[in-house]
Every structure is written in C-alpha cells, then in structure tokens.
Design a protein around this ligand. Structure first.
Ligand code: PBG
Length: 325
C-alpha cells in the first residue's frame, strides 16, 4: 500500500477521475436563503456589511422569493424588522406583525415555496435581548410563553417551519406543545440547538437592527470553547421534539457539525452566518481572495462536515454556479 506502490496522484490526474471519486456533492437542494423584511412600499435598503442583501419591503420580498424559487432553492428563512419595538416584544406575535403580513403575501403568490421563520425576540424588544427582561436579566420561563405565541402566530400566517433561535431552555418543548394545541401538529421545528455567542453575527445585527442595548448574549448563547455541551443541548432539543437540529455559526464550528452528524440521526442544518459571508465579500473586494471559489469551498466544507441543510446568504450565488449558469 505504501509509496511507490500506491500513488494518490493517479486518481487526481484529470477532472474525469476527480469527478468519479468525489465524495461530497453540494446541491442547490441543500440551500436555504435568509431574507430580511421591513414595512413600507418599494423600499430596498442596502445592508452595508452584507453586499447584495437588503431590508426589503413586502413588494420587493415577494419578487425576491420568486427569484429564489426560480434559482431552484427550496426555502427561505424570514427575519422581520418591525416599525416599533417594546419591552414585551409585541411585534413578534402581532396578527399584523411584519412577519405575519409577509407570510400571508408570500403564501398567496408562491404557495409552493417553503417559508421558514426565525422565532426570537431580539428584533422586537426595545433592549435588543432575545427574551423578556425581569430584574435586569433575561427571564427564561417568561420568554417561553412569548416564543410559543410567536411560533403559533407564524404557523397561522402560513409558515412551513419555525426555527427558534432565542437559546432559552425548554423553548422547543414549549413551542411544540403550543403548536400541537393550536392544531399545527404537522408544522416541524428546526431548532437552533447549538447556537454560540459569536462575533460572527455582527453584520446580521446591523441587518436586523437587533443588537443588545446593554450587556451581551453570553448568559443564554453557548461558549465557543464548548463542544460536549453542544451534544447536551442537541439531546435536549431532540427530546423536546425538534425535527431538524442546527449548529450555528458553521465555519468555526465544523467539528461540532461533525460530532452532531455522528451522534444524532436527525437532519442537521448549519447556519453560514452573516460574518462568514461578510469576511469573504470583504477579502474579495480587496482582491485578496477569489470570492466565488472561497464561497464554494466553504459551502462544500460545511456539507462535508455533515450538514444536510446550509442556511447561507450565498444561496443565490451558489445556486447559479451549481446550476451551471
Ligand atoms: C436571532 C438571530 C441572530 C442570528 C440569527 N437569528 C442574531 C443573534 O443571535 O445575535 C444571526 C444570523 C447571522 O449572523 O447571519 N437571535
């Protein structure tokens, strides 16, 4: 088996051989595009640190969803920017909230496109934390009720799947129970199970206007140094009824994706977050990296690590390459 009998380069010598033995194939089927929706008409507000991405009013959002569908991408993940924020996050579950309105309009125009929603409070609270504040701290159990109500309101407005990202203990179970009680037992939950307190969410917080006004999220999001804990978090979400488990961010956590793949048999999603997108765009703009190649290499790595679903701001660009366009 050893050199010179075995020469690895024999099967690398041309593209034909490389194609034959390629282990990982990224497909447009694996991609989900996050989109940001705000109120207004004919508004398309650029997000500075995420070139090519915008806060879209619903009319533009509908066009974007249609384009995403035409690109062969099976799903979008919606984030809302409400007009008003308050302590109670009431915009998160309002019947005429921005996400609820957007869902109804999308489902009317493109009913066969999958629409997923982020279920969290940080975009809707005046203080920018992911939950309800009691005595200066995010109160876990008070937040659960609001998250559950938000998830039900999304299902009622037409969401195909809800994705709780607040990192409250028991959130998956609370949402599952509320959905079932409201008659939405067929709506699945994609749980942000291992979500780290990461600096790579920086550009997103500009995009969604959801930065915490005091402190940080370390009291609920995970410590980047921990991987065994990710397994505990995922185990809890599976027990509480998660249908898909997620690791977030993706690139700095490929080992966590791999361990999740080995230890669980549920579908795994990985969130290739805003900072991972922004750093490739920035380097490409400076001429320091080939942005398209970096994108494909990173998305392939996330799949190779074990992700079935990749949530990425690159979805449309990657789809063009994958569809040979
Ligand atoms: C909401 C939420 C965040 C992201 C997804 N859902 C921000 C955060 O937790 O601070 C980040 C997504 C990204 O960076 O692309 N809690």
């Amino acid at each position: 088996m050893f050199f010179p009998d075995y020469r690895s380069r024999r099967l690398r010598k041309n593209e034909g051989f490389r194609r034959l033995i390629r282990e990982t194939r990224l497909s447009v089927d694996n991609l989900v595009l996050p989109l940001f929706v705000r109120s207004g008409k004919d508004t398309k507000k650029p997000i500075g640190s995420m070139p090519g991405h915008f806060q879209l009013s619903i009319d533009h959002l509908i066009r974007e969803v249609q384009m995403t569908k035409d690109a062969g991408i099976p799903a979008v993940l919606l984030f809302g920017i409400p007009d008003r924020k308050d302590e109670a996050a009431s915009g998160a579950f309002a019947r005429d909230g921005i996400i609820q309105q957007a869902l109804r309009r999308i489902k009317d125009k493109t009913p066969d496109m999958l629409v997923f929603t982020d279920v969290c409070l940080c975009e809707y609270t005046s203080h920018g934390h992911c939950g309800i504040i009691e005595k200066g701290e995010v109160d876990n159990d008070a937040t659960l009720e609001v998250l559950a109500e938000t998830a039900v309101s999304h299902a009622r407005a037409g969401a195909d799947m809800v994705a709780p990202s607040a990192m409250m203990d028991g959130q998956v179970g609370a949402i599952r129970e509320a959905l079932d009680e409201a008659g939405y037992e067929t709506i699945p939950i994609m749980a942000y199970s291992a979500k780290y307190a990461s600096c790579f969410y920086g550009p997103f917080r500009e995009a969604a206007e959801g930065a915490p006004q005091f402190g940080d999220r370390k009291a609920y999001q995970m410590d980047p140094a921990n991987a065994d804990e990710a397994i505990r978090e995922i185990t809890l979400d599976v027990e509480e009824g998660a249908d898909i488990i997620m690791v977030k961010p993706a690139l700095a956590y490929l080992d966590v994706i791999r361990r999740a793949r080995e230890e669980f048999d549920l579908p795994i999603a990985a969130y290739n977050v805003s900072g991972e997108f922004a750093m490739i765009k920035a380097a490409a703009k400076l001429g320091w990296l080939d942005g398209g190649k970096a994108m494909m290499e990173i998305l392939t790595s996330i799949k190779r690590a074990g992700a079935d679903i990749i949530i990425t701001y690159f979805a449309q660009e990657a789809a063009k390459i994958l569809q040979g366009g």
